[in-house]
Design a protein around this ligand. Structure first.
Ligand SMILES: Cc1ncc(COP(=O)(O)O)c(C=O)c1O
Length: 367
């Protein structure tokens, strides 16, 4: 079966992990520190705090904004469930907004339609790695959380996605552009927030153990500054993420080549809408290749490909249609994407033969 998402792990990752294990260090330590420094440099950010997942980074990012309890956060429905869960867990209310059909991203007018006196923040998601048009969103004058889980390699108007809003988050789970068993982290315009995330991530403990021993006789005591879960990253994930980061250009180049092959191969198919390209000057991360198919044939295409050994999927089932959110509003474009959108395999481990097979599969489908 050709998988729809995937990562490429090689000798570099093995060497980094072996070094950590050889040094008897698996928990948070030197690899996390090294990754934080190198990833911040990759983003052009002053600082970056690694956490244990993108989902927990969302909760942390919302906490860092100190939003009034019970206030509303506007976010797309066409995103991962943890985006809305983070809002609820922080004691706030998610308000779902629609997306643009071509970019599959939120726009400022779609967000503006949902603003109320109770709105305290906006969460944007750079879907598939295509940057959201950020300036009009910033012009709404609300704090902005940027979910760059798909966009660790995306650039918008010269700035790394995630670094444009007030707080940005990343995910390094096993199928992301920069993969590890699990990982995430936050950046912020005000770097004091990044330092605060480092305190929050370990049950709100400011300093502990040998870190505080220089100033304290009793180094076993610790200074708890907040009520917060344990979202601590570990050196095994950081070791793998570090190796991935150092070869990211090659991984991204492979994604770009596959993306371009699909774009060329599907250009003449009247029934298939290809994903839009980045505006000039921006950079796409090519996290997923999400097409749109008119009419009822999307499900048939997915089944047809599956029978030919090709896995495809839809990311995401709209959040407002999920019974747990019980939302009654209609979001027409999101609901249309729920019927028409489909992600085809795109990841650096695909061989040229796999890509040919996907292209043949799609082109031979009778829509
Ligand atoms: C848009 C988006 N945000 C957040 C996350 C959460 O990341 P993680 O899997 O690292 O918890 C994901 C994961 O797929 C995602 O797609």
């Amino acid at each position: 079966m050709i998988s729809v998402f995937g990562s490429q792990i090689g000798a570099e990752e093995l060497a980094e992990v072996t070094a950590s294990l050889g040094a008897q260090w698996m928990g948070m330590g030197p690899k996390v520190k090294a990754f934080e420094k190198e990833f911040a440099a990759h983003l052009g950010a002053a600082d970056f705090a690694m956490l244990d997942s993108g989902s927990n980074s969302l909760y942390t990012a919302i906490t860092l904004l100190d939003l009034p309890g019970g206030s509303e956060v506007i976010l797309p429905s066409f995103t991962w469930i943890a985006c809305a869960h983070a809002v609820v867990l922080a004691g706030l209310k998610p308000i779902f907004c629609d997306v643009d059909v071509a970019t599959m991203n939120v726009t400022a007018p779609l967000i503006a339609a949902k603003v109320s006196p109770r709105t305290s923040a906006v969460m944007v998601v750079h879907y598939a790695g295509l940057p959201v048009e950020m300036q009009p969103v910033l012009d709404l004058g609300l704090p902005v959380i940027e979910d760059a889980a798909h966009a660790a390699c995306s650039v918008h108007r010269g700035r790394a996605c995630g670094t444009i809003g007030d707080v940005g988050i990343y995910s390094f789970d096993a199928v992301k552009n920069l993969a590890s068993p699990d990982g995430g982290g936050v950046v912020a315009r005000d770097i004091k927030r990044v330092e605060r995330a480092r305190v929050l991530r370990y049950c709100g403990i400011g300093k502990s153990g040998f870190e505080s021993s220089a100033t304290k006789d009793r180094w076993w005591e610790y200074d708890v500054r907040a009520f917060f879960p344990r979202f601590l990253p570990n050196d095994i994930s950081a070791a793998i993420a570090l190796a991935q980061l150092r070869k990211l250009d090659a991984l991204q180049e492979r994604r770009r080549v596959i993306w371009n092959r699909y774009q060329e191969a599907f250009g003449d198919l009247a029934w298939l809408h290809r994903p839009v390209e980045c505006p000039d000057g921006d950079r796409h991360s090519y996290f997923t290749y999400c097409v749109r198919i008119d009419g009822k044939s999307r499900d048939r295409l997915a089944k047809y490909l599956y029978d030919r050994g090709i896995y495809s999927t839809l990311r995401y089932h709209p959040l407002h249609m999920n019974p747990i959110y019980g939302a009654t509003e209609r979001l027409p474009t999101t609901e249309r994407l729920n019927e028409q959108a489909l992600s085809l395999p795109l990841h650096p481990r695909l061989s040229d033969g796999d890509v040919d097979q996907v292209i043949d599969g799609v082109r031979s489908f009778d829509a």
